[in-house]
Design a protein around this ligand. Structure first.
Ligand code: AHG
Ligand code: MN
Ligand code: MN
Length: 346
C-alpha cells in the first residue's frame, strides 16, 4: 500500500482529518477574504489537474502522443496533449458558473462564458500544458494558471480587460505532473503545496507555507542559446561556473524543458531559472500573462524574486494577451546577481 495512503489512514486513526485542498482553502479563506467562488474555482482547477494527469499517465497507450499538425497562435506546433489539456479546461469551466472568461496559450482569442449563465466575477488565464517538448518522452509537464477579477457585474469582459498587470492577480499557481501530481497556489497569503493521493483522489497538504532560500546552487537555462545572448547574460552564466566559496559556486545545471518543473525545484531548494531576451529577440520566449505573472507571484510569495532582468515581472505593463517577456526567476540573491550582470553592472 502506497506510503501516502498509509499516512491518510494513520491520520484518520489519530483522529485527524487529512487536510484536503478544499478544507485548507475554506480554512484559509477566513484569513484571506477569498470568496466561496474563488475556493470553488481553485477546487475546479484541481479537478482539471486530475483529468490531465490521468491522460498523461496513459498517453503512450491511447494514441494521444505526437502533434495535431496545427500551428498555434504562438507559431508553435500543437501537441495532441496541448489540445486535450485545453479542451479539459473548457469543459470543466464552460458551464461551471465559476468564471466569466477563459484565456489560454492555445487560443488566439479568449472565450467569454455564456451570457445566460450565472455572472461569475473571475477570469481564468492558463497555459494548459507547459513543457510540451516533454510529452512524448515521459518527462515532467505542468499547467500554469492566473486568476483575475472582472470589474463589471453587468456585462461580459472584453479581451483587453484580461490584459492586466501581474499585481492585479487574485490567485495564481501551477500543477506539476511529475513523479507525483502536485498543485501549488497562492492567494497572496503565502504559497502552499498539495500532493494528489491517487488512492482517494484528493490533494492533501504536503508543503505548507513554502519559503525559498536567499541563494541556491542550481541554475536552469537553455545553454544552446548561448550565442544569441547579450554580453551581460553570457558573463552571468560563465561566472556561475567559476569556483567562488562565498556564493557556493560553481552551480549545477538543472534544466528539464518544463518551466513549471524547473521553477518548482527552485521554489523548494533555491536557485535560478533564466529565459532571457536575446540579441534578435529582446522580448524572449515566455508569455507574460499565463506563464511569467503567475509564477512570479508564487515565487515572490515564497520570498524569491522575478524580473525581466531590468524590472519586476509583476509591474510589467501588459499590452496584449500573448505578450512575451524575458524571465529571470528564483532565489532573491541569485536574481539580483543576474540583474547586475544583465544591466552591465557586474
Ligand atoms: P510551452 O510548452 O507551454 O510552450 O512552454 C515551454 C517553455 C517552458 O516550459 C520551457 O522552460 C521552455 O519553453 C523551453 O524552451 P526551450 O525548448 O527553448 O529551451
Ligand atoms: Mn508554457
Ligand atoms: Mn503550453
Amino acid at each position: 500500500m502506497p506510503t501516502l495512503c498509509k499516512t491518510v489512514i494513520l491520520a484518520f486513526t489519530m483522529g485527524q482529518f487529512p487536510l484536503t485542498l478544499g478544507r485548507f482553502i475554506i480554512q484559509k479563506q477566513a484569513d484571506t477574504g477569498a470568496t466561496r467562488e474563488l475556493s470553488g474555482l481553485l477546487a475546479q482547477i484541481g479537478l482539471v489537474g486530475k483529468l490531465i494527469a490521468q491522460d498523461l499517465r496513459r498517453a503512450g497507450l491511447i494514441n494521444i502522443l505526437g502533434t495535431t499538425g496545427e500551428i498555434n497562435v504562438q507559431g508553435e506546433t500543437v501537441k495532441k496533449l496541448d489540445e486535450i489539456a485545453n479542451e479539459t479546461f473548457l469543459k470543466a469551466f464552460h458551464h461551471s458558473g465559476l468564471v466569466c472568461a477563459l484565456a489560454s496559450e492555445e487560443m488566439e482569442k479568449p472565450v467569454l462564458l455564456p451570457e445566460n449563465w450565472p455572472q461569475a466575477k473571475y477570469m481564468l488565464l492558463f497555459d494548459p500544458l507547459d513543457g510540451s517538448s516533454n510529452t512524448d518522452c515521459n518527462m515532467p509537464l505542468g499547467t500554469i494558471f492566473s486568476v483575475l477579477k472582472s470589474e463589471h457585474k453587468d456585462r461580459m469582459p472584453t479581451e483587453d480587460e484580461l490584459v492586466r498587470k501581474g499585481t492585479e492577480q487574485v490567485a495564481a499557481g501551477y500543477l506539476l505532473y511529475g513523479s507525483s501530481t502536485m498543485l501549488v497556489y497562492t492567494v497572496g497569503q503565502g504559497v502552499h503545496g498539495f500532493t494528489l493521493e491517487p488512492g482517494i483522489g484528493e490533494y492533501l497538504l504536503s508543503h505548507e507555507q513554502i519559503r525559498m532560500p536567499a541563494r541556491g546552487k542550481v541554475y536552469g537555462v537553455n545553454e544552446g542559446n548561448y550565442h544569441k545572448w547579450t554580453t551581460g547574460m553570457k558573463k552571468y552564466v560563465d561566472d556561475l561556473k567559476i569556483q567562488d566559496k562565498a556564493t557556493g559556486r560553481p552551480y549545477s545545471v538543472r534544466y528539464s524543458g518544463c518551466l513549471v518543473a524547473d521553477v518548482h525545484r527552485i521554489l523548494l531548494g533555491g536557485g535560478i531559472y533564466l529565459y532571457p531576451g536575446e540579441l534578435n529577440k529582446p522580448e524572449g520566449k515566455l508569455r507574460l500573462l499565463y506563464e511569467a505573472n503567475p509564477l512570479a507571484w508564487v515565487v515572490e510569495q515564497a520570498g524569491g524574486r522575478a524580473s525581466t532582468g531590468t524590472m519586476r515581472i509583476l509591474d510589467v505593463e501588459a499590452k496584449q494577451l500573448h505578450q512575451r517577456v524575458p524571465l529571470i526567476i528564483g532565489s532573491a540573491e541569485d536574481v539580483r546577481d543576474a540583474e547586475r550582470h544583465l544591466q552591465g553592472q557586474a
